[in-house]
Design a protein around this ligand. Structure first.
Ligand code: GRF
Length: 219
């Protein structure tokens, strides 16, 4: 039996973060395996990544459930049956209630394309550019009640250039997401993600290392 950390990945869309996790898990010594992928959207583009890697993938379509409670209960049941130890939201576009969060407390993480707590929610790149921010990035955080809310685990920073469109910025940040999310799940597998009061620290590395600075920033 494998002693790798079993993760479940929840998607709704293109699944490029799922693909990055799949690629990381293909590395021989990567201590994580994807036990289950759940999509709440029947024809989500990301499903193909799971299929071509031979990973169990199921559709749990929220529209087929009378209420959020039943939809979430179905997901929890499938994740538990697959013996998932850590749930990773990767472009999962449903708000999760306390009922789902509670049983997965501190075993449920999300990736968001901004430097939280700035720019929660949608249209983040447009909003960051319009606000005149000089940097943006991505954040992996524990999930708590509310939108993009919860203790920050790690962030990656990118510059915002004067002539950036939201498409340019989204692309630059997504590249960082694909590096950051696999790193974070590895830290979980190595049991290095700890709370220090309200803050999350990753043991074995200096705190600044949980912030990945994009090399293109220069000195
Ligand atoms: C990513 O930008 C992620 O941060 C956000 O949704 C997007 C999902 O992209 N939560 P993908 O489906 O992983 O390509």
């Amino acid at each position: 039996m494998s002693n790798k950390l079993k993760i479940g990945v929840l998607i709704s869309g293109q699944g490029s973060n799922l693909k990055a996790l799949i690629n990381a898990c293909k590395e021989p010594n990567f201590p994580v395996e994807i036990a289950l992928v759940i999509s709440n959207v029947t024809n989500a583009k990301g499903i193909k990544h799971a299929k071509s890697a031979d990973i169990s993938c199921i559709i749990i379509d929220h529209k087929k459930y009378i209420n959020r409670k039943d939809f979430e209960a179905a997901m929890t049941q499938s994740l538990s049956e697959a013996k998932v130890e850590l749930v990773c939201l990767a472009g999962f576009m449903r708000l999760l209630s306390e009922q789902f969060i509670k049983p997965w407390l501190n075993r449920l993480i999300n990736i968001h394309p901004s430097l939280l707590p700035s720019f929660k929610g949608l249209n983040v790149h447009d909003r960051a550019i319009k606000a005149g921010a000089k940097f943006s990035g991505c954040t992996v955080h524990f999930v708590r009640n509310g939108v993009d809310n919860g203790p920050i685990i790690a962030q990656s920073v990118v510059p915002i250039y004067n002539d950036d469109t939201s498409i340019d910025l989204a692309k630059r940040i997504l590249e960082q997401e694909h590096r950051l999310y696999p790193s974070v799940v590895r830290w979980f597998a190595e049991d290095r993600v700890k709370f220090q009061g309200q803050r999350v620290v990753v043991t074995g590395i200096d705190p600044p290392s949980t912030v990945m600075i994009n090399p293109s920033l220069g000195s």
